[in-house]
Design a protein around this ligand. Structure first.
Ligand code: NAP
Ligand code: MG
Length: 614
């Protein structure tokens, strides 16, 4: 439809915000919450100026109607009319029909209207017709079983062609007419239709029933907590969902937008809500997010320098972060005897990261502790005969216990040995407490389960651990105190190859899981993307965040096919790289024959092809 730009489009759209749904993706699977008493949920695709939907809504007040239109200028008129008429059962959203599955869940819709869609008469444009089979399959998925599609057009050629498409998709024709208004007007007419009627042009109409569900998608029972993010990784996030997940899984997620603009808009409440949702459902998947600094304050015009979302989520879940590299043949670790991944578990609380520091002149430094009753314990740290520096560090038994339990649980979940290292020969009380807490919890709660699983736990000094790790084959979890974990995870990831191949999962002591990539939002690539460049950003760690979360969800819910799909997707990703197709970052590390360096899109497309062929 061709429309003149309307005056004051924005303020007029804004005035319709009660029925204009801008965040409609969040309603996926939940549309009926808008009108719980609704008898049916119907969607008109390509509503144009909305006359049909608005009049249908007025005629059937017990039906919830959603009008979908790409062209906002057209839709605006429908919205203004619906408001004028005081309708409470009609909403509008602007989207492309191709995206419909992102907005409506499988089986959610009772009836779809397709009225006078663009016929795209030239053969080469057939795929754009809204009755083309790829569109029909999408409609079929969001329609309930035995749901209906009502199709009207003045274009006889389009109608005939569409009948073939309906047949190909197994849609059953219930009624069909080639001259709907032959004996006078029937039903509610669209604006176009009225004009055709006056001109005497016959209107073709058919009603179709969705008898067959064409492709069986993998079903989920509990939603994943989906946390969208920023910049380049946000772009990858959508590509991964569209190409690798939505076509194969009836993806159930509870969506939280942790992108910086939304965090700013909600005063970071959205992050807190996402963390609570992980506590509720047990499994989340997160896209990389910007941690604001001074430069981001002005770039995004922020109200406040919001804290790192990862820090906020970690504090709420009280979790430990486990980082594991993805290994592929052809990219050898620097340490040549490493054959299996080494997972670093970092205690992300306290110690030097929460230390209090002082620079001092000559004098006595003391450690003073005052208990609840007011009695003091004093120890001399040092009698300074010259200037010097001092630091006060702490940790808490409760946090160390959580850390220990998270590590033991993760070792059991991944069936890997657990190592823990500290320096208790020197810090006899401080590191000695860590060692004792781990040992006590292991004895009391985990020893038997470890034996049953055929895995071991052992403690060793950090110096000894470093030597053993280097000589090992890999394939275990190395639990580290906060500072050791910071340093060692960078060493291990570098030695394995690339940050873009490092996955990360936050595990809480009570067994909640949050998966993500270890890298950031890849800002430099994003700026190039904004200039129109197709970047070669590596999506592996983000894909593996999704597969990790899907696998865990599948395990918890007993969905073997979901687990199998996630494993298959991981294998295919590795296979595609090992066959020589990869993003630029990996090409630099590649030791095989000349690699086929592709864009992110190209890489994801190669994975999709394999997925479809297996
Ligand atoms: P980064 O996003 O990890 O990127 C640093 C560099 O590493 C990139 O410029 C790129 O190198 C390379 N790289 C990282 N991931 C890659 C991938 N998937 N494919 C190809 N190359 C990749 O770190 P940053 O630039 O320091 O941080 C950017 C933003 O991310 C910051 O706002 C920070 O707050 C945020 N961040 C978030 C998280 C998180 O949410 N977990 C973690 C860290 C950082 P080349 O440019 O040389 O290609
Ligand atoms: Mg570090």
């Amino acid at each position: 439809m061709r429309m003149r730009k309307r005056n004051n489009l924005e303020p007029r759209m804004e005035a319709c915000s009660a029925i204009w749904l801008r965040d409609a993706k969040q309603l996926r699977g939940k549309w009926r919450t808008l009108m719980p008493q609704a008898r049916e949920l119907r969607v008109e695709i390509g509503c144009g100026k909305g006359k049909f939907t608005v009049e249908t809504a007025a005629a059937e007040p017990d039906v919830l109607l959603i009008a979908v239109e790409r062209v906002q200028e057209a839709m605006l008129l429908g919205m203004e009319r619906a408001l004028e008429m005081g309708l409470k059962n009609v909403y509008f959203l602007s989207l492309d029909a191709a995206e419909i599955e992102e907005y409506f869940a499988d089986g959610e819709v009772d009836l779809l209207y397709l009225n006078f869609c663009d016929p795209w008469p030239r053969k080469k444009n057939a795929k754009r017709r809204l009755t083309y089979r790829t569109f029909l399959r999408k409609y079929q998925r969001i329609l309930k079983r035995d749901g209906e599609i009502h199709f009207k057009t003045d274009n006889a050629a389009l109608f005939d062609w569409s009948l073939g498409e309906f047949e190909a998709c197994g849609l059953e024709i219930r009624s069909l007419t080639r001259d709907l208004h032959k004996n006078g007007p029937v039903g509610i007419m669209t604006g176009y239709e009225e004009r055709f009627y006056e001109l005497g042009t016959p209107i073709n109409r058919c009603e179709l029933i969705n008898r067959e569900v064409t492709m069986q998608k993998i079903q989920m029972t509990t939603p994943l907590v989906e946390m969208d993010g920023d910049e380049m990784t946000r772009v990858l996030w959508k590509q991964i969902k569209d190409e690798l997940l939505l076509p194969f899984i009836d993806l159930k997620t509870e969506y939280y937008d942790l992108g910086l603009p939304e965090r700013d808009r909600t005063a970071d409440q959205v992050t807190v809500e996402a963390a609570k949702a992980i506590q509720k459902y047990g499994v989340g998947v997160k896209c990389a997010t910007i941690t604001p600094n001074v430069q981001r304050m002005s770039e995004y015009n922020l109200h406040e320098m919001w804290k790192s979302p990862n820090g906020t989520i970690r504090a709420i879940l009280d979790g430990t972060v486990f980082r594991t590299p993805i290994l592929v043949e052809g990219i050898r670790p620097v340490v040549k005897n490493w054959k299996k991944p080494i997972t670093i578990a970092r205690h992300a609380y306290g110690d030097v990261y929460k230390a209090t520091e002082l620079r001092v002149p000559e004098g006595r430094a003391e450690l003073v502790f005052t208990d609840r009753d007011g009695s003091e314990t004093r120890k001399t740290i040092y009698d300074f005969e010259c200037c010097g520096v001092l630091t006060g560090q702490y940790n808490k038994d409760s946090s160390i216990q959580s850390f220990a339990r998270s590590c033991f649980n993760y070792a059991l979940a991944t069936k890997q040995d657990l190592w823990f290292s500290a320096k208790d020969t020197i810090a006899k009380i401080y590191d000695g407490t860590f060692k004792r807490v781990f040992a006590d919890i292991f004895e009391a709660e985990y020893k038997e389960r470890f034996e049953q699983a055929g895995i071991t736990y052992f403690y060793t000094l950090i110096d000894d651990a470093v030597a053993r790790v280097i000589r090992s084959e890999g394939g275990f979890i190395w639990a580290c105190k906060n500072y050791d974990g910071d340093v060692m995870s960078d060493m291990v990831s570098t030695a394995f190859g690339s940050l873009a191949m490092m996955t990360s999962v936050l595990v809480s002591p009570d067994g909640k899981y949050e998966y993500e990539a270890a890298h950031g939002t890849v800002t430099k690539h994003y700026y190039r993307y904004l200039e129109g460049e197709k970047t070669s950003t590596n999506p592996m760690a983000t894909i593996f965040a999704w597969t990790g979360a899907l696998k865990k969800r599948g395990e918890l819910d007993g969905l073997d096919d979901l687990v199998a799909f996630a494993e298959k997707l991981e294998k295919i990703c590795v296979f595609v790289i090992e066959r020589g197709t990869m993003t630029k970052d990996l090409a630099a590390l590649w030791e095989g024959d000349k690699p086929n360096v592709v864009t992110s899109e190209g890489f994801i497309a190669a994975i999709r092809r394999e997925l479809e062929n297996r």
